[in-house]
Design a protein around this ligand. Structure first.
Ligand code: PMP
Ligand code: GLU
Length: 404
């Protein structure tokens, strides 16, 4: 079959693929520990579920406005005021089918063929592919010091007259690192000076550990919402464990929102109103579920750190937020694809190879699951990597023997 050159150049999402593979193995009865996809395992807030049910029971499930239900947009306006200290108008908000779709819409609206978008490694797997999908060119900036923090000078060096946008994501997927306020401030100032758009992917901004506080990105611009180069992307997937509801949004100037609304009106018409009323209830409801989720994840982070640090040769940086850890496994002399495959086959643990996030030698572990599962998975990884470990262990209902 002939497909377009562009479509042929787009890679499969490794996180989504691994999730499907893990589900298949589990269905076959394998005792898989899933450190693969980034997805909190808690249930959606009851208020969200009740709202969705009520909407369904009404029988009135029709098209919504392309930019989102007015009541959800109002909830997002309030959320922005509360969490970002910015007063915005509903005309500055567009609701889409998950933050993934929101990012794509922004890129689609901004990028001309050949425009460059700077992506900071390690990065979320979908950024480069989405840039390619809109005929843009992803330009990867990797910190030369081996850390998870770029220097402004490294970003500056990558900028050309074709640079149209920079994407930042802090707390970061896959490293769990948080950029300092100083660095974010420098990037905002730089983007505004150079008239480059700054796509701020804030999907993990509520999942920050150790009581740390970060300044909202708008604090670093004196420009109003209509003239700032800062664009904020957010959603309900991670904060409320509502990944399957597929609701995300963009806060930007009215003109850009209008253009994205036109695009969305031609492609999806609108996000499902069932999901939108659920999102609205989550945003307006009791927020203690967010604290509970963050506390669980933070405890899991501590387990992951303790166990990884006890493996000789492992280099690991303590995550400050999100629910990922991105340890350096290069001491184990396997590339990250081979190592992830080894851990899956030998220890039935799903991880994601660092190569997919633009950093070889690392593996990403997503630890938003039950604490017992996280501890079990780490014990298996330790067993698989430790030459002095017992020859045989029990995993689920099978005995696994060290044969390597
Ligand atoms: N940005 C980042 C960094 C992510 O990890 C994800 C996870 N899917 C998304 C955006 C998109 O989230 P969603 O589409 O589920 O809202
Ligand atoms: N963002 C999550 C992850 O990185 C969910 C899967 C995806 O959309 O990539 O695993």
């Amino acid at each position: 079959m002939d497909i377009s050159k562009l479509a042929a150049s787009i890679a499969e999402s490794p996180t989504v693929k691994l999730n499907a593979e893990a589900a298949k193995l589990r269905a076959q009865g394998e005792a898989i520990v899933h450190f693969g996809i980034g997805e909190p395992k808690n249930k959606a807030p009851m208020s969200a579920i009740s709202s969705a049910i009520e909407k369904l029971n009404s029988g009135e499930v029709k098209y919504a406005p392309s930019d989102g239900l007015p009541s959800l947009k109002k909830a997002i306006v309030r959320y922005t005021e509360k969490n970002y200290g910015r007063t915005i108008d509903p005309a500055n908000v567009i609701v889409s089918d998950g933050a993934k779709h929101s990012i794509f819409n922004v890129l689609y609206a901004l990028i001309n063929p050949g425009d460059q978008v700077i992506i900071l490694a390690p990065y979320w797997v979908s950024y480069p592919e989405m840039v390619k999908m809109v005929n843009g060119v992803p330009v990867i900036v990797t910190p030369a010091d081996g850390s998870f923090y770029p220097k402004l000078s490294e970003i500056e060096k990558a900028v050309t007259p074709s640079t149209r946008a920079i994407i930042i994501n802090s707390p970061n997927n896959p490293s769990g690192a948080i950029f300092s306020d100083e660095l974010v401030g420098e990037i905002v100032e730089f983007c505004e000076r150079k008239n480059i758009y700054l796509l701020t992917d804030d999907i993990y901004h509520k999942l920050i550990f150790d009581g740390k506080k970060i300044a909202p990105v708008y604090n670093f611009t004196k420009k109003d919402i209509e003239s700032t180069n800062v664009i904020v992307i957010n959603g309900i997937s991670k904060t409320y464990g509502m990944t399957g509801f597929r609701v995300g949004w963009v806060v930007a100037n009215r003109k850009l929102v209008k253009v994205m609304t036109n695009i969305q009106g031609q492609i999806t018409t609108c996000n499902s109103p069932i999901c939108q009323v659920a999102a609205e209830a989550a945003l307006n409801g009791d927020q203690s579920c967010v604290d509970t989720l963050r506390d669980t994840i933070e405890k899991n982070r501590d387990t992951v750190m303790r166990e990884l640090q006890s493996i000789p040769g492992m280099k690991v940086v303590k995550p400050q937020g999100a629910f990922y850890c991105f340890p350096d496994f290069s001491a184990f002399n396997k590339d990250s694809m081979a190592l992830a495959d080894f851990l899956l086959k030998k220890a039935l643990v799903v991880t994601v190879p660092g190569k997919e996030f633009g950093m070889e030698g690392h593996l990403r572990l997503s630890y938003a699951g039950a604490p017992s599962e996280v501890a079990d998975g780490l014990a298996r990884i330790k067993w698989a990597l430790d030459p002095n470990a017992p020859r045989e262990i029990q995993i689920g209902n099978r005995k696994v023997t060290r044969d390597w």
